[in-house]
Design a protein. Structure first.
Length: 288
């Protein structure tokens, strides 16, 4: 049985990622959604895109999701990038701001990927310092997203959920629980996804992500790739229901970034998230 359950509500805020191919359809249809998430870096230097975003801001709450702060970098956060990020947050007034537990900058060189880091006391100190600096600039708590893993470092001294819990305790940050990433990581590394989820501190989780992944067969082994290019898998829906039972009605987002479908397909995935949440929170209700 789960302990220390959060107080129950019956309305989980469900959102989708706002992507450029869907902007025209979103502008004309204005579907019923609790919020939209945008990748911050797409709006830091594009005034036209920002103007369009501010139009949506009149009708939807926004979640600002960063991919370039490089919170795991030993060099620290780039001051100019952080200033632009904070300015965007001031202009869009998002209700959530999030980034990844990863790094992608070293020696002034930016890598086009979210790279892993070992889970050690030294790495924790580096990430914590960067998170605290980001939160000071943003003037709000930052949500930290668990990554998808394809390897593990031999010299890690703690498990990923333990590292995230320690980071939240040390900095006051919150956690973005990506259940697809948990599924991918645990499938690739032979871990238990339910045990991973149960190891996250309940009070720290402030958002959930859902997405699709790819399955690659190579040399007789299966590798899952977090590519955000497919519908949410059945196993991830099952894990999401467990997350709802554990964390309650925290906002949930459906991500789809590659091989984008038409907007109605993405909205149908959001509706599945709504139904799945209702099935957990109000099991006797008709969620059809």
């Amino acid at each position: 049985m789960l302990s220390q359950q959060p107080a129950r509500s019956t309305a989980t805020p469900i959102g989708i990622g706002l992507r450029t191919p869907h902007v025209a359809a979103m502008r004309t249809t204005r579907p019923a959604l609790a919020f939209l998430e945008i990748h911050a870096e797409n709006y830091l230097a594009d005034d036209a895109a920002l103007a369009a975003l501010l139009e949506f801001r009149r009708d939807y709450r926004l979640s600002l999701h960063g991919v370039g702060l490089s919170l795991g970098s030993a060099d620290g956060i780039d001051a100019d990038h952080l200033a632009r990020f904070a300015d965007l947050a001031d202009r869009t007034a998002p209700f959530l701001v999030s980034e990844h537990l990863s790094w992608n900058v070293a020696g002034g060189v930016y890598f086009n990927d979210l790279l892993p880091l070992p889970y050690t006391d030294e790495a924790l100190a580096i990430v914590a310092a960067n998170v605290e600096r980001a939160q000071a600039a943003l003037k709000r708590p930052l949500l930290i997203e668990n990554p998808s893993a394809y390897l593990r470092f031999r010299h890690s001294t703690m498990a990923e959920p333990e590292f995230l819990a320690a980071l939240a305790q040390r900095t006051g940050c919150r956690l973005l629980c990506d259940v697809n990433n948990i599924h991918v990581t645990c499938a690739n590394l032979g871990l238990d996804p339910v045990a991973y989820l149960d190891a996250l501190p309940i009070d720290a989780v402030a958002e959930i992500h859902l997405a699709g992944h790819a399955r690659v067969e190579r040399d007789g082994a299966t590798l899952l790739i977090d590519d955000h290019g497919a519908p949410v898998a059945d196993a991830v829906w099952t894990l999401y229901r467990h997350a709802v039972a554990r964390f309650g009605t925290v906002p949930a987002l459906v991500e789809w970034d590659r091989q984008l479908p038409l907007l109605p397909v993405l909205l149908a995935e959001a509706r599945k998230a709504e139904v799945a949440s209702q099935q957990v929170l109000v099991p006797d209700a008709d969620a059809a």
